[in-house]
Design a protein around this ligand. Structure first.
Ligand code: 5AD
Length: 349
């Protein structure tokens, strides 16, 4: 089992030949555990309203320069039908932490999607009440995504302030989501100002300890209308500060694959944004097995600006979906069929 010290060694490794070994190992593990299928999850950004004040995020409540929207149930069902048409097995409903999306409304929406399409449904709606998590599971939701962002408690508190009277404890919520029978997904940003190599190694160890079903990893991308993006936060000491590069991000993808061999790991949009030419592909070659094509109608998509310059922002969903499928095939991989849930491979855990 790879140790925390070895993980830290890989994170600090700069020799391209040695890194090639890491990437080959991760790709080999990916092949024997989750196979050559690349699962496609249609992403719908259903609301950009948010009550949180996260210092890194462009749709935080603190950004006054943003038009807010909330999609209607009919619009979202339209996206679900598109997902079916393009052969995606999963619909991901993501939003800011928006109290205007009531528990009941989401319940009805999940029920409607499950009844009409039979798609697997993943929710990514932030930190919500326990009874809501339970009810949405009852309605048929299969998975929940909630990144812990960083395992460094003081950095987390600085960039992700709790709501008054409610401590943000995402690890507790993730355990609870698993208990309720969700497949639970989490992950981190790579290169947050103040994030150290040691804390990033600890993040990866935590992927293993939480037995995550899904792990999303993207580079931190500065958004100018945020406190973090305007340089208000200090960097860690020079040798300690994580660089949010493509290399570091794909190292973390590879290490995530080694510590959680059977997890579903996306090659993220943030990685494709950092390197539009090769980001998506490098993720897939270094451990990832999932892509999340964006199905949000373009008039809303431009407003879901968690970071600037998001990849694929002006493409039609159809073109985007087709391009991703041919990219998968060119890599010798197979566009996934079916819901693509986690198949637990205890032997490798
Ligand atoms: N850069 C990169 N990723 C970001 N996220 C939010 N803001 C940014 C940013 N500026 C990520 C967070 C969140 C996910 C939905 O998007 O990790 O959990």
């Amino acid at each position: 089992m790879i140790t925390r010290e070895e993980i830290l060694g890989w994170l600090r490794e700069e020799d391209p030949d040695r890194l090639d070994e890491l990437y080959k190992r991760a790709d080999a593990v990916r092949k024997v555990t989750v196979g050559d299928e690349v699962h496609l999850r249609g992403l719908v950004e259903i609301s950009n309203a948010c009550q949180r004040r996260c210092a890194y995020c462009g749709i935080a409540a603190t950004n006054p320069n943003l038009t807010r929207y909330r999609m209607t149930a009919d619009e979202i069902l339209g996206c679900a039908r598109q997902a079916v048409q393009y052969g995606f097995g999963t619909l991901v409903l993501q939003a800011g932490e928006d109290p205007g999306l009531t528990g009941e409304w989401i319940f009805d929406l999940v029920k409607a999607i499950k009844t009409e399409t039979g798609l697997a449904v993943t929710l990514s709606l932030g930190e919500r009440a326990d009874d809501e998590f339970a009810a949405w599971r009852e309605a048929g939701a299969d998975r929940y995504l909630l990144r812990f962002e960083t395992s460094d408690q003081s950095l987390y508190e600085a960039i992700h302030p709790s709501l008054p009277g409610r401590v943000s404890d995402r690890l507790a919520l993730l355990r609870r989501l698993s208990e309720l029978g969700y497949e639970a997904g989490s992950g981190v940003m790579v290169g947050i100002p103040g994030q150290t190599w040691a804390s990033l190694a600890a993040d990866i160890v935590l992927f293993r300890e939480l037995d995550l079903d899904m792990i999303g990893i993207g580079p931190y991308l500065p958004h100018p209308s945020t406190p973090l993006g305007s340089g208000a936060f200090p960097q860690a000491a020079r040798d300690e500060q994580v660089t949010g590069s493509e290399e570091t991000t794909t190292k973390v993808v590879a290490l995530a694959r080694l510590v959680r061999p059977d997890a579903n790991i996306p090659s993220t949009t943030a990685l494709a944004t950092l390197d539009p030419a090769r980001g998506r592909e490098l993720g897939l070659l270094r451990g990832a097995n999932v892509i999340m094509p964006n199905l949000t109608p373009s008039r809303y998509r431009v407003l879901y600006e968690i970071y600037p310059g998001k990849a694929g922002i002006h493409e039609s969903a159809e073109v985007y979906a087709e391009r991703i499928k041919s990219q998968i095939t060119r890599l010798g991989r197979i566009p996934g069929k079916g819901p693509g849930g986690r198949r637990k491979e205890r032997a490798y855990g």
